[in-house]
Write a protein that binds this ligand. Sequence first.
Ligand code: TXA
Ligand code: MG
Length: 356
Amino acid sequence: MTEIIKINPTSPEPALIERAAEYIKQGKLVAFPTETVYGLGADAFNADAALNVFKAKNRPPDNPLIVHISSMQQLGMVAIGIPANLEKLAEKVWPGPITFILKKSERVPYAVTGNMDTVAVRMPAHPIALALIEKSGPIAAPSANLSTKPSPTTASHVINDLNGRIDAIIDGGNAFFGVESTIISLIGKPVLLRPGPFTVEELESLFGKVTIPEEVRIASQSEKALAPGMKYRHYAPDTPLFVVYNCMEEVVKELDMLHISYSIICSNETAAELGKTSHAILLGSRSNMYEIAKNLFSALRSIDDLKSKFCLIEAFDERGIGLAVMNRIKKASSLSGIYSKAGIDAIFSSIGSTPA
Ligand code: TXA
Ligand code: MG
């Protein structure tokens, strides 16, 4: 049985936080909201609890968890060899959607770090998460989805994936950003491992030059991975998904002429241009990429319900949070992108059917 605990996201009820923190301290698993996505929390110093997180999610054991803290004092409990300037910089970005890779302290078990000597640490900017961690101590938490599914941005996503598999789920409403935190390695020169809401532009204003490996932009479901978790299949619906670059109108025209049925995920503007406002899954206005980011994972989760043969998704500019949005879209999609109506042939060959 999974207990659902509804907590006020702006002023969390202390008694309810206390109860959830007690569960964490007892080694139980509690899903909780953060400003990025929901996390599946366990005591960061309890190896057995961490192993249960992997079991509940069907997560491969070499894909390490992020340790969530609520104070700089807790940073010293989980990491060692902290770069001299980090505390000053961290004060500017924490609490917030950015995760640092540092050397792990002895107290953090290898079960949490996937057997690595490094640890991912972040201080989430969510009143429920902060209040919970303050009471329980550091919490190891991956996103609270089943492995390969999109990260949950609402409690109902968590319930769909993990009900009956974990001890409790805190329902604190919608996550604010809707994509997972930016990950930056500070082992050596700063390297971006995962783009997120904290943008490259913002990172560089604090850290100077940040290396952005090619894999971050290509973002295929390839074996070559930066963060260990990035090599696994992610976000992908069962329905084949194709990213369409600047040619949605001609592709859609062609498909409609051939009387092919399919679904579309796109911005409000594109849907209006196509005359498909009532058929498309809308991500919001493309003039506000934060809105697009916030709605993306819900949209990806809803594709399979439509039972269509395939789905098209609009490509966005890779600037600001757009880099994170496109990284997740590419990981969810089946093929390299569609760049013109000639790309339709690739769709047909990949889904194994012809237009006739
Ligand atoms: O926004 C977020 O980061 C959310 C919320 C819950 O905080 N968490 C999240 O966790 O997205 P998860 O487990 O889904 O993604 C963590 C990523 C994985 O790709 C993992 O491989 C990487 O962080 N990671 C964790 N520890 C690492 C380490 N020591 N070195 C490199 N990558 C690491
Ligand atoms: Mg995840």
